[in-house]
Write a protein that binds this ligand. Structure first.
Ligand code: DMJ
Length: 637
C-alpha cells in the first residue's frame, strides 16, 4: 500500500502544533490504558482476555491421532463452552445445567457447626506442603485442581460422623470382625509377601504374576483406601511409605491395561481423594500417562496389553482375532475422567470419550454389546454377549459415569438404560424354580449360565433404579433384588455356603455349578457387593444377614494360618485351597463387608461412586468446583 502525502499537511506532524500533538498523545495513551484495564473486567470466556491475559496452562500430551472426540472433551474452564470451531457445544453446556449444590452445601455445613470441621480429614490431617501452597490460592487458576475446594464441594464428610460406626452393638461387633479379617490378611501379606503383588498364604511367599507388567505391590495399592476407612492407620502409613519409597513405575513387561487401571490407577486416585496426599495423585497421573500409547490404534480403541516401558501394545493372544475386550476398554472411563480432573490435561477424557462415541454409534445386534471388538476396523468380532466376564464392568461404568458426572453425562445415561432394556429383553430369564438370572447370548442362542462375576449386576441395577424412567424405577429395584437373591441362592446351595465361579439353570440345575471347572471360589466380591448396595438402597436386614453368612463361610473355609485363600470346590467341606490371597479380597470383598456393617454415611453414595475394584471416586460437581469469588473466600478462610 502506498501512503500519499495530503496537500497542506507535513509528513511528520500532519500539520499539528506541538501542544496539540502533546494533548493528542496524552488522550491516546489514556485510551489505551482504559482499554487494557477493561480487559480485567471481561468475563473469562472472552477471547481478547485469553489472548492478553493468558494463564499458564499444562499443555496436553499429544499421543496418537486426535479424533472427533474433541467436541466432547473437557476443556480448561475458559474454553469449555466452545468447540474447536468456535461453535457452542450443547453437550458441554449441559455440564453446567444443574443448579449448583454448593449454596445448599454451605447452609448444611454452617448448620453442622463443629462437626463440619472434621468434614475433610477426620482421621488423618494430611494436608501436604504443596497443598497448603495451593489452598491459599483458590481460584487463582481455576484449571488447577484444588483439594480443598474438592472437599468443600462434597455434600457430606467422607468417613461419616463417627467413621460410620453403627450404634447397634451386634452390627458393630460384625464390623469389628471384618476389620480384624482385614488386619489378618494385611499382616500376613506384610510378613510373607511385602512388596510382591499377592500373598500365597499356604506356602507363605509372594506372587508376582503377569498382569501388572512388572509393577509391584498390587495388594498394597489395592488396600490403601480400605485400611484408611477402617482406621487401620499404622498399616495405612506403612502402605503409604512403601508407595513413596518403593513404587517404581518405570517397569518393563506385559501389563493388562484394564487391571493396571482399575487396581493401580483406581487405588491411587482413591487414596488421594481420601487423604489429600499429593504423592498418590502424582503417581496416578504418572502411571496414567504410561497407559496412553495403548490407544494408538486406527480407531482409538485401546489394545488390552501394554509394555509400560516401551509403550508397545498388543491384543491378548486368546482374544478372538486380535480384538479388544468390551469389559476392558469399557472400564477406563471413571479413572480417566479423574486423571483429567487432577492433571488438567484433557487427553484422558478425550481417549475415553472416543471409545464412548464409537460404541454409541456402532450398530448393536438387538441393542446388545458383544464382547469382542476389532481395534483396527471398529467392528464387532463375535456375537457373544455377557453381563459376566468380558462384558460386566462396561455396563457398570455407563451408569457410574452418569452418576459420577453429577448426573450430567446424558449419553452415558441413555446408553445404560438402552443397554439394560436390551439385556432384559434378551438375557434376563426366570428358572422353573422362580429364580431370575442373566443368561449369556451367543449369536441369538442362550447359554443358561450365570458367572459369579455377573452377580455385581444386582448392585448396578439397584443404584441405577432411581434415575430410570419413572414407571420403571420400582421394577428396576425389584429386578436388582431378584438377581441378588439368585446370587445368594448360589451360595446357600453349596456345602461351604460360598458361591461357585459359574452356576447353571439347565439340565435340572438351578443356581448350581454342573462342571467341575466351575466349582471354585477365589475370594471374589460380586455377591457381597450387591448385598452392600441393596442394603444401602432398601435397609432390608436380610442383606446384612446374608453378608454375615459370607463372613462365617470365609472364616471357616478360606481362612488359613497365614492369610485367606480361595478354594477349589465350594461343594465340599473338605476344602482344597488354591494358595492365593487375591488383592481384590482386600480391596473389594472386605471393604464391601465393612461398608455393609457400617452406617450409610461412611462413603455416602451421594458423593462417591466405586470403581470396579471398589475404589471410591468422588462425584465431580463441576458447577461447584468452578464457582470462584465468593466461595474461594470462604474456603481459604
Ligand atoms: C476385580 O478385579 C474387579 O471386580 C473386576 O471388575 C472383576 N474381577 C475382579 C473381582 O472378581
Amino acid at each position: 500500500m502506498v501512503f500519499r502525502k495530503l496537500p497542506g499537511v507535513s509528513a511528520s506532524g500532519m500539520g499539528l502544533r506541538l501542544s496539540q500533538k502533546f494533548v493528542f498523545l496524552l488522550f491516546l495513551s489514556g485510551l489505551v490504558t482504559l482499554c487494557f484495564g477493561a480487559l480485567f473486567f471481561l468475563p473469562d470466556s472472552v477471547r481478547l482476555k485469553r489472548i492478553f491475559l493468558s494463564k499458564t496452562e499444562t499443555q496436553p500430551v499429544t499421543v496418537g491421532s486426535e479424533n472427533d472426540a474433541r467436541e466432547h472433551i473437557k476443556r480448561p474452564k475458559d474454553q469449555s463452552m466452545t468447540s474447536a470451531k468456535g461453535e457452542t457445544s450443547t453437550k458441554l453446556k449441559s455440564l453446567n445445567r444443574k443448579p449448583s449444590v454448593s449454596h445448599e452445601a454451605t447452609e448444611e455445613r454452617m448448620a453442622g457447626g463443629k462437626a463440619q470441621e472434621d468434614f475433610t480429614l477426620p482421621r488423618a490431617k494430611t494436608e501436604s506442603a504443596s497443598e497448603k501452597a495451593t489452598s491459599s490460592n483458590h481460584g487463582a487458576n481455576s484449571d488447577t485442581f484444588s483439594y480443598k475446594k474438592f472437599k468443600w464441594c462434597l455434600l457430606k464428610p467422607p468417613l461419616g460422623r463417627d467413621g460410620g460406626g453403627p450404634s447397634d452393638p451386634k452390627t458393630n461387633e460384625r464390623r469389628e470382625k471384618v476389620k480384624e479379617m482385614m488386619k489378618f490378611a494385611w499382616d500376613n501379606y506384610k510378613r510373607y509377601a511385602w512388596g510382591k503383588n499377592e500373598l500365597r498364604p499356604l506356602t507363605r511367599n509372594g506372587h508376582i504374576g503377569n498382569m501388572f507388567g512388572g509393577l509391584r505391590g498390587a495388594s498394597i495399592i489395592d488396600s490403601l483406601d480400605t485400611l484408611f476407612i477402617m482406621g487401620l492407620m499404622e498399616e495405612y502409613n506403612d502402605a503409604k511409605e512403601w508407595v513413596k519409597t518403593n513404587l517404581d513405575l518405570n517397569s518393563n513387561g506385559e501389563a493388562s491395561l484394564f487391571e493396571v487401571n482399575i487396581r493401580y490407577v483406581g487405588g491411587l486416585l482413591s487414596a488421594y481423594y481420601l487423604t489429600g496426599e499429593e504423592l498418590f495423585k502424582n503417581k496416578a497421573v504418572e502411571l496414567g500417562e504410561k497407559l496412553l500409547p495403548a490407544f494408538n490404534t486406527p480407531t482409538g480403541i485401546p489394545r488390552g496389553v501394554i509394555n509400560l516401558g516401551s509403550g508397545t501394545s498388543w491384543s491378548w493372544g486368546w482374544a478372538s482375532a486380535g480384538s479388544s475386550i468390551l469389559a476392558e476398554f469399557g472400564t477406563l472411563h471413571l479413572e480417566f475422567v479423574h486423571l483429567t480432573e487432577l492433571s488438567s490435561n484433557p487427553i484422558y477424557t478425550e481417549k475415553v470419550m472416543n471409545i464412548r462415541k464409537l460404541l454409541n454409534k456402532i450398530e448393536k445386534p438387538h441393542g446388545l454389546y458383544p464382547n469382542f471388538l476389532s481395534p483396527v476396523s471398529g467392528n464387532w468380532v463375535q456375537h457373544h454377549v455377557s453381563i459376566g466376564g468380558l462384558g460386566d464392568s462396561f455396563y457398570e461404568y455407563l451408569i457410574k459415569s452418569y452418576l459420577m458426572s453429577d448426573k450430567t453425562d446424558d449419553d452415558a445415561k441413555k446408553m445404560y438404560y438402552n443397554a439394560l432394556e436390551a439385556i432384559e429383553a434378551n438375557l434376563v430369564q426366570k428358572s422353573p424354580g422362580g429364580l431370575t438370572y442373566m443368561a449369556e447370548w451367543r449369536g441369538g442362542i442362550l447359554d443358561h449360565k450365570m458367572g459369579h462375576l455377573a452377580c455385581f449386576s444386582g448392585g448396578m441395577i439397584g443404584i441405577g433404579a432411581d434415575d430410570g424412567a419413572p414407571d420403571k424405577r420400582q421394577h428396576y429395584l425389584d429386578l436388582a433384588a431378584e438377581i441378588t437373591h439368585t446370587c445368594h441362592e448360589s451360595y446357600v446351595r453349596s456345602a461351604t455356603k460360598l458361591g461357585p465361579e459359574a452356576f447353571r439353570f439347565d439340565g435340572g440345575a438351578e443356581a448350581t455349578a454342573t462342571r467341575l471347572s466351575d466349582r471354585y471360589y477365589i475370594l471374589r466380591p460380586e455377591v457381597i457387593e450387591s448385598y452392600m448396595y441393596m442394603w444401602r438402597l432398601t435397609h432390608d436386614p436380610k442383606y446384612r444377614e446374608w453378608g454375615w453368612e459370607a463372613v462365617e463361610a470365609l472364616e471357616e473355609h478360606c481362612r488359613v494360618e497365614s492369610g485367606f485363600s480361595g478354594i477349589r470346590d465350594v461343594y465340599t467341606t473338605t476344602v482344597s485351597h488354591d494358595n492365593m490371597q487375591q488383592s481384590f479380597f482386600l480391596s473389594e470383598t472386605l471393604k464391601y463387608l465393612y461398608l455393609l456393617f457400617s452406617n450409610d454415611d461412611l462413603l455416602p453414595l451421594e458423593d462417591w461412586v466405586f470403581n470396579t475394584e471398589a475404589h471410591p471416586l468422588p462425584i465431580i460437581r463441576k458447577s461447584c468446583l468452578q464457582e470462584e469469588a465468593t466461595q474461594d473466600k470462604t474456603v481459604s478462610e
